[in-house]
Design a protein around this ligand. Sequence first.
Ligand code: ZN
Length: 411
Amino acid sequence: MEKKNKFAKPIPIQSLFFLHTTHKLDFNPDYQRESVWTKSQKQLLIDSLLIEIDIPKIYFREVARGSFVYEVVDGQQRLRAIFEFLENRFPLSVDSDPVDGKIIAGKYFQDLDISLQLQLQAISLDIVIMNKAYTDDDIDEMFLRLQNGTPLNAAEKRRAVSGNMGTIVRTLADSKVFGLAGFTDKRFAYEDTVAKTLHELLNGTITDIRPVSIKKSYDIYKDLSQTDRSVIRLKHAYSFLQKSFKNKPSPKLKKYALISLGYLLSDMLDDYDLNNYPSEFADCYLDFEKKRILNENLPEESQDSQLAAFTDAARSDSIQDIKYRDEVYRAMIIGGIPQLALKDPTREFTQDQRLLIYLRDGGICSNCGSRCEQDNFHADHKKPHSKGGATSLENGQLLCPECNQKKGSKE
Ligand SMILES: [Zn+2]
């Protein structure tokens, strides 16, 4: 096995451009996580090169894959900017100062004075070449330390953390529910939305969603399964949202709204028969937003204080504000869908409880005294769950299917 080895080597821009045009550079390795530069970031880089400011080292790894000879491990955006400039794909900033007395402002490469064209192509960049002994994991680890240019945001940093939580977050961020979002996926905003919601669900409560706390969840839940209850619940919440707005105007959900709704729908779909009311849910949400936005545009003294407080709470991610949003949304749903009921409680006895109820009651229906088979009886709440009856042995009784049905329809 070859030993890890890396060495730095100055390579002129024209040679790097040659490697690029002959398809020797792979810009899309799996671990590449740099965010795309804006035009002004690109312009600033070229400007810096022309005035001979050193730029940070660029990292390649040796590969043998098709025509590729090197992967660009770090420095992808810098190289891309340089190549695009050489290809006359963007001009320098109109604010650029002259170089050696020559005007460069607003100019494309082809329009620069020839001496500047040659000067730029002759500049050598420090390239660190790593051999094939470096694994993807080595690179993952290095990448976090090497990031230059735009600092990574929390969602981008989390992409470099290995483990199942990240994988699951990435899958969920592909969900069609983001078609309802009123924001773009710039810099992994959808993954950030999912990560924050899943973090709360995994913690079982509304909790701190600062990056440092979410990072902890990534560590704790590195073996998270796709079939984990929290993951399933969030999937249900997302599919309910999609179903709700299917034939409605898009709610253009903000990030805070998707986080809050993801969390609270996961919860309410468990407790209530909400799944029966997708259209009603969409209507009460759209109605709430309409009122909220109208209220926002009123003079301050005539604003509804609760709606105004909600708008304020939407601007922050403090636990207190998230809790407030949760309360307001819950009230919106429960108030907006008056027919909403707690779910059928009979489903909630455990298999063990059911067996013990059957054995204790001797297989006999507590109401009519008829005999029931062990695979055909009903474990019933004496005092109904919806009225506060506990799902306990004490409150459980055996009913035959007919008596259960009669009791169910009476309630
Ligand atoms: Zn009976």
